[in-house]
Design a protein around this ligand. Structure first.
Ligand code: HEM
Length: 220
C-alpha cells in the first residue's frame, strides 16, 4: 500500500505548497493591524517562500547525482511541480506588490523604472518557464531549445535573487548575507553536480565504445 508521503506527488504536491503559501499570506494579513505594513510583510514572506521552492528546483538534479537517495530522487521527480509552486508563490508576491501599491500611494512613484527592471525581467522569465512547463506548449519546442530556455531562465532567476539579497546587506540588514550565502552554496552544488553528471556521461561513452575500435595493444 502506498505510504501517505509517496502519494504527495504531482498536482497534489502543488496544491499543498500553494495552499501553504496562501495560508502564510492570510495569517500575516490577519495578525497585522496596519494593512499596508501587513502587505509589505506578505511581499517579503512570499519572496522567501519562492526562494526556498526555487532552490529545491535549482539543485534537484545535481543533489540527486551527488547524494543519491530516495529524497533527492523524489526532488528530481517532482521538480516540475516544485517549479510551478515557485511560480505560484511569486504570483502571490506580484499580487501583494500591486495591493501594497494601492495601499501606499508613494510606493510606485518612489521606484524608478530601473529599480523595477530586474524584477520585470524576472517575471517575464518566470512566465516563459511556466508556460513551457505544459506539454501543449513544450511540444512546439525542440528538446535542445527547451533545455536552453530552462537553463538560462533558472540562472536569470538565481541572479535576480542574488541581486535582491545582496543590495539589502548594506542598506537593510547584514542578515541578508545569510540567504545570499545559501544561494552561493546552491550555485556551487549545481556546478559540482553538473560537472559530475558530465564526467559520468563521458565515462559511460568510453565504456560503450566497441572493442574493435581500440588498437590491438590496448585490448588485453
Ligand atoms: C517588478 C517586479 C518586482 C517588484 C516591484 C518587487 C518588489 C518588491 C518589494 C517592494 C519588496 C519588499 C521590500 C522590503 O520591504 O524590503 C521585495 C522583496 C523581495 N523581492 Fe521582489 N519585486 C519584484 C520582483 C521580484 C523577483 C522577480 C524576484 C526574484 C526572482 C524578487 C525577489 C525579492 C526578494 C528576494 C525580496 C526580499 C525578501 C526579504 O526581505 O527577505 N522580486 N520585492
Amino acid at each position: 500500500m502506498p505510504s501517505k508521503t509517496a502519494s504527495l506527488t504531482g498536482w497534489k504536491l502543488f496544491a499543498l505548497l500553494a495552499a501553504l503559501v496562501l495560508a502564510m499570506s492570510a495569517l500575516i494579513l490577519a495578525l497585522n493591524a496596519d494593512p499596508a505594513e501587513a502587505m509589505r510583510s506578505v511581499i517579503r514572506a512570499t519572496a522567501r517562500s519562492s526562494f526556498v521552492l526555487f532552490l529545491a528546483a535549482f539543485v534537484a538534479s545535481s543533489l540527486a547525482t551527488l547524494v543519491p537517495n530516495g529524497f533527492t530522487r523524489g526532488l528530481v521527480r517532482e521538480r516540475r511541480y516544485i517549479g510551478l509552486s515557485f511560480a505560484f508563490s511569486h504570483l502571490v508576491h506580484l499580487g501583494a506588490i500591486f495591493s501594497y501599491g494601492a495601499l501606499n500611494p508613494q510606493f510606485w512613484p518612489s521606484r524608478g523604472g530601473l529599480t523595477n527592471l530586474p524584477g520585470t525581467i524576472g517575471y517575464v522569465v518566470i512566465a516563459l518557464l511556466t508556460v513551457t512547463s505544459f506539454h501543449a506548449v513544450s511540444k512546439r519546442l525542440s528538446a535542445t531549445a527547451w533545455k536552453r530556455l530552462h537553463t538560462a531562465g533558472m540562472w536569470t532567476i538565481a541572479l535576480i535573487f542574488g541581486l535582491s539579497f545582496y543590495k539589502r546587506i548594506p542598506t537593510m540588514s547584514t542578515l541578508y548575507a545569510i540567504p545570499f550565502a545559501i544561494l552561493c552554496a546552491a550555485v556551487a552544488v549545481r556546478w559540482v553536480g553538473k560537472w559530475a553528471q558530465a564526467s559520468k556521461r563521458t565515462q559511460a561513452q568510453r565504456r560503450n565504445v566497441p572493442q574493435h575500435t581500440f588498437p590491438p595493444a590496448l585490448e588485453s
